[in-house]
Design a protein around this ligand. Sequence first.
Ligand SMILES: [Zn+2]
Length: 250
Amino acid sequence: MLTTLKGLVLRERSVGENDKFLDILTDSAGLIEVSAKGVKKQNSKNASVSQAFCYANYCLSESGGRYILNSAEPIRTFFGVSFDLDKFALANYFAEMVLYAETEEKPNDEVLRLILNSLHFLALGNRENLLLKSIFELRLICDIGLTPNLIGCCECFEYSAPEMQFDLKNGRLYCQSCFGGRSLENVELLDERLLHFIRFIALSDMQKIFNLTVPRDYLKLLSGICERYAEIQLGRHFKTLDFFKSLQNG
Ligand SMILES: [Zn+2]
């Protein structure tokens, strides 16, 4: 059966001399694996649409849940991120997180929109890498259904205080008096600005979140908190993150 799906290639894997397997996040079939035959040959018409970070209309033959690439019409390519090592590392980190988090076959439009927008701004280069990283990490977790409860202190409902404790494991806030003598493991201290940034990323419309401006001295803090939240919620540490971080220290 022939089917057409709009999707973004998250990862390509070589098979033999000429072929590839592609992991594609699609708009209506979730995450799928596609066999792309002959695409490593120089004259293959499908060579460019079989690369990571190509967003295209894929025409596929499907049988029993297995997909074979027939042809494709590119919509947008983000190959530009490959020319900058920091951006390339971050794009691969985003892709690895989605590959890990999107295990269900049901489509998740918000996750596809999130990664397309993140790659767009990454390629454009007019947003700080650490801002895009923070947005992606926190929003991905929200978009897969693990939004923290940010309404206020989970015990007394205080909306805002000069300092609040963010329980990363249970996804909730405590004011200092309700937090009491709880363990500080898996907890981050938020001042009012950090709390505002986190609420903004988690709760605003997708079109708005990329317009968030964060002063440079807050970016590292925000990025560290979003990273820990994602890692604790997914229960997984990503090698692509280590690679991105190794570039920041060099
Ligand atoms: Zn309280």
